[in-house]
Design a protein around this ligand. Sequence first.
Ligand SMILES: Nc1ncnc2c1ncn2[C@@H]1O[C@H](COP(=O)(O)OP(=O)(O)OP(=O)(O)O)[C@@H](O)[C@H]1O
Length: 297
Amino acid sequence: MSIEVNNLVKNYGEQKAVNGISFKVNKGEIVGFLGPNGAGKSTTMKMITGYLQPSGGEALVCNIKVNDQSTETKQKIGYLPESNALYYDMYVREYLAFIAEVHQIENQKSKIEHVIEQVGLTPEAHKKIAQLSKGYKQRVGLAAALIHDPEVLILDEPTSGLDPNQIVEIRNVIKELGKNKTVLFSSHIMQEVQALCERVIIINKGNIVADDQLSHLVKNIHSGSVTLEIKEEIDESLFNQIQNISRVNRTTWNFKTDNPEQLKKQLLQICVEKNLNILSLTSDTNNLEDVFRSLTA
Ligand SMILES: Nc1ncnc2c1ncn2[C@@H]1O[C@H](COP(=O)(O)OP(=O)(O)OP(=O)(O)O)[C@@H](O)[C@H]1O
């Protein structure tokens, strides 16, 4: 198991920022860690990377307990914190050499060139960090997280604050990295998770509210409801083949369904067969944001 979190708790004074959460990430998975602002994403990631001591529970990386043997787990983890703190006065290669030295890496020169290439930093690699755009600063952060060739990458909102082009490019870099590494990345954008991974863990107010394959959540996305308004007052038994019906008023009916379009056809057929006058027949389909909102409201 690449990442294992067991009943992890973090209290800041009276506030429970992380409320006893558990999840696992398998080797080679890219998993999105999703939640609204203040949900506890960064706090959880800091505990997994050993930068913050849990108030309870434990985190394991590559089957090693993080809080007991932080140095050992730090070799296994590449971490891009939310506030990607860089030394702005340093040149890109100078900074990466400094990070490589911290990790006591051998063959530093070739490793630095390799990560520069890996994150698409080559055209800007001759500059001082202060001169780089936000997207390229983020690439420096990614390169620094990668230089010791960790098995696990923990990326805290890696595309936050970037323009749409840079977002797509950084996502592509992450996708590429995910081919050889386990990646846990945080975001508060459902579409971001959809673009990058198959599995999503959603956290809200310190609790996990979903841990599922995206395809299962997407199934819910296509569900929704159909509303039928007819002139005549009829009995519910007319719809006896259909489930999840609620009567809105005397002549209006609402149906929850996995397939609104199919149900509309079925209702149309019933109404035609029974000579009923349809005043309106409308459907609402949930979208990704609805699913996220329903889980985190
Ligand atoms: N050092 C701290 N001291 C006190 N409270 C903190 C501290 N760090 C975080 N918190 C609180 O813990 C809760 C979780 O914060 P955290 O930063 O983990 O959320 P997040 O999901 O990463 O949010 P965002 O998407 O805004 O970055 C928040 O209510 C936050 O105010």
